[in-house]
Write a protein that binds this ligand. Structure first.
Ligand SMILES: *Cc1c(COP(=O)(O)O)cnc(C)c1O
Length: 411
């Protein structure tokens, strides 16, 4: 019999969303026609920008004609998309990134999960608490952690608690770490790191020879004109030697089901080989990516590139404005109801303190049973999330308004 990767047995199973589904099913058994509003899962609901739809239709037509048909494309992505990204997402913000430092993928979840493969087994990882689960779970699978302990933490991992008193921002670790996962604007807390917050991390990484894995999946939600919150970690001097950035079209342009994201890996980021040499990470990731991935669909890359047209930019702005208006409705509505509410400004996530310091799951049950509104218990993102609750702004406008009114009636 084949041996398994025992590291998988360390994982507690995908408890969070399975448990939510289970509780909803149970509730429905007794209340078959309950009108449930879901503000739980972080998925978008609005249709794709028309510019993307048109570009994808045209790309499908190209596939129908032998003269314009495309088979395998470059694994790293087509130049038209890499060049558009380098220009619009970086050069226009004063950051110089070469198109060949951009690797197109099927989304940031894969990228955030796969990146750890190019790093050694013995690196110490740091993650925030609460956290997007992918960073931690993929390191558990790779054997870079010990066992899950009773307190909810894996041994061998440096957790960076994110609490209200620090505006839910991680503080620099006291010990040395090698790989640091940061996500700003943050899922689940909605907190966004300022220029000086991020500069402190870049300085730490340079001093400790660590690498920052920066998840910028929500950069498009940063309030327009806010100069203090970087969209890219490369807006910080010195970051191009110590940071890898992850981006996605999922939340920016509604591509959660269409699938497209990218990694930015500057050629100047290095790691240490066993023999002590300093080795650039770019060729390692290029090797991994081209060996294990055969490229994002041409049609999808055309759809993604279309968001950089003038028409596409306007449509993306409208899409984000729609969700951010929902965020405002939730944030202000719940504040008026007397709840303590965070996030929802540079982020589509509202992170609220449960009333009376109720446990996250007890508040989940109360909302489900008394007002039929679904959110996500904060403790599902890590022990520091206990006593908090996440609502998303990705819903329909009227349903969002209705959910807020119901919660206000409860409070
Ligand atoms: C949604 C999300 C992503 C993007 O995932 P895709 O695979 O690109 O859809 C990445 N990171 C965080 C924190 C997210 O919430």
């Amino acid at each position: 019999m084949a041996n398994i990767n025992d590291n998988y047995l360390k994982l507690p199973g995908s408890y969070l969303f399975a448990e939510i589904a289970h509780r909803i099913t149970n509730y429905r058994k007794a209340h078959a026609d309950a009108d449930i509003i879901r503000l739980g899962i972080g998925d978008v609901t609005r249709p794709l920008p028309m510019a993307s739809i048109r570009a994808m239709h045209a790309a499908v037509d190209e596939m129908a004609d032998a003269a314009t048909f495309r088979g395998y494309g470059p694994e790293q992505g087509y130049d038209f998309l890499r060049e558009s990204i380098a220009e619009h997402s970086y050069a226009m913000r004063g950051v110089s990134i070469e198109p060949d430092e951009i690797f197109i993928s099927d989304g940031a979840k894969s990228d955030c999960g796969n990146i750890q493969e190019i790093f050694g087994q013995d690196n110490r990882i740091a993650i925030t608490d609460p956290v997007y689960p992918v960073y931690l779970d993929t390191n558990v699978m790779a054997g870079r952690t010990g066992e899950l302990q009773e307190n909810g933490y894996f041994s061998g991992v440096t957790y960076l608690p994110c609490r209200a008193e620090n505006h839910f921002l991680p503080q620099l670790p006291k010990e040395h770490v090698d790989l640091i996962y940061l996500c700003s604007p943050n899922n689940p807390t909605g907190a966004a790191m300022s220029r000086s917050d991020l500069a402190a991390w870049v300085a730490y990484a340079r001093e400790q020879e660590a690498v920052i894995l920066f998840d910028a999946a929500y950069e498009a939600y940063i309030e327009a004109g806010n100069a203090d919150i970087p969209h890219s970690i490369y807006e910080i001097d010195g970051a191009k030697e110590v940071a890898i950035e992850f981006r996605s079209f999922s939340k920016t342009a509604g591509f959660t089901g269409t699938r497209c994201g990218y990694v930015v890996l500057p050629k100047t980021v290095k790691g240490r080989a066993k023999d002590g040499r300093h080795v650039p990470l770019h060729p390692l990731w290029n090797r991994r990516h081209t060996t294990k991935f055969n490229g994002t669909s041409y049609i999808v890359q055309r759809g993604a590139a279309a968001i950089y047209t003038e028409e596409g930019q306007a449509q993306v702005r409208a899409l984000i404005a729609y969700y951010m208006e929902n965020a405002r409705i939730i944030r202000e509505g719940l504040q008026k109801a007397g709840l303590t509410v965070y996030g929802g400004v540079h982020s589509p996530y509202i992170w609220l303190k449960t009333p009376g310091s109720m446990l996250s799951w007890d508040f989940f049950d109360q909302l489900l049973q008394e007002v039929q509104v679904i959110g996500t218990p904060g403790v599902g993102f890590g022990p520091c999330g206990e006593g908090y609750f996440r609502l998303t702004a990705f819903g329909d406008r009227e349903r969002t308004q209705e959910a807020v009114e119901r919660i206000r009636a409860l409070a």
